[in-house]
Design a protein around this ligand. Structure first.
Ligand code: SAM
Length: 251
């Protein structure tokens, strides 16, 4: 038995792809060929909600060092948190993770992202962070442009300096901290210091999250383990997804 052709429409389709698929399905129908449609596509309701697919397009259009899947995790953690307050991000680069976090703030009407970055790239690895200008002088203007293009300028407060330098002004500016995302310099000393300076700002029930929790960056893992060991009962058991780590502070 020959199988009916399948309409593989996806919410990730561009408007042009969506129109083309519709033309093919309609033409098939006129020619008497039934094109099977996937059930989930048939159930979409449009116009009432924020669409994660819109966010995915914006995230995909922004240079970034995290996967789209990771960006969606950040979005959901930022959106779904039950604690009121702001998000602190250390290491924004061109704004991919910032956009996911800030969209979560916007959609949940809950706080802003304090984005901390030197916009110089990671020490010793600077060439990896070049986008256009060799001297990386375009990193900060690019970041602001990407945030504006995502329509999220109102949800992002930028601190263009090192995490050590920024802690005073960030601590003074936040309205409670419900989530932290640490993805800056991946050395033991940097992460240990960031935890020492920033973890006390986290509200009860807030989330501490990390990128690059992996054997590739033993210093990151060591600093986190040391922090957890010293914190005793302050946190519940961490949850790991690949090299992403999420730790909830007890209420
Ligand atoms: C891995 S990238 C961040 C990637 C980003 N989260 C994304 O979604 O693509 C690390 C960033 O941390 C920044 N950085 C490195 N050391 C820093 C420090 N001590 N303070 C603040 N930012 C730092 C670098 O400039 C770089 O942009």
């Amino acid at each position: 038995m020959t199988k009916a052709p399948v309409d593989r429409s996806s919410p990730m389709d561009s408007p042009l792809q969506a129109r083309l698929r519709k033309v093919v399905v309609t033409a098939g129908g006129l020619a008497g060929v039934t094109i099977e449609k996937r059930m989930d596509d048939a159930t979409f309701v449009h116009g009432h909600s924020a669409l994660t697919t819109d966010l995915l397009h914006r995230v995909a259009a922004t240079p970034g060092m995290i996967t789209l899947r990771r960006a969606m995790y950040l979005y959901w953690l930022s959106y779904a948190g039950s604690v009121a307050g702001d998000v602190i991000e250390i290491g924004s680069w061109q704004g991919r993770s910032t956009i996911a976090l800030a969209q979560g703030c916007a959609d949940s009407e809950n706080g802003v992202v304090h984005a901390i970055d030197t916009f110089r790239g990671n020490p010793g690895n600077e060439s990896m962070y070049v986008v256009g200008a060799e001297d990386r002088s375009d990193l900060e203007p690019n970041f602001h442009r990407n945030i504006a293009a995502a329509g999220l300028t109102d949800r992002v407060v930028t601190h263009a300096m090192s995490s050590t330098e920024a802690v005073g002004e960030v601590a003074a500016a936040v309205n409670g901290v419900r989530m932290m995302y640490i993805d800056g310099e991946h050395s033991y000393d940097a992460v240990r210091e960031e935890l020492e300076l920033y973890a006390p700002l986290l509200s009860p029930g807030g989330l501490l999250t990390f990128d690059d929790y992996s054997t590739r960056y033993p210093g990151v893992a060591d600093a986190i383990h040391e922090h957890l060991a010293a914190a005793g009962d302050d946190y519940v058991r961490p949850v790991q997804d690949d090299n992403f780590l999420v730790i909830r502070r007890r209420t």
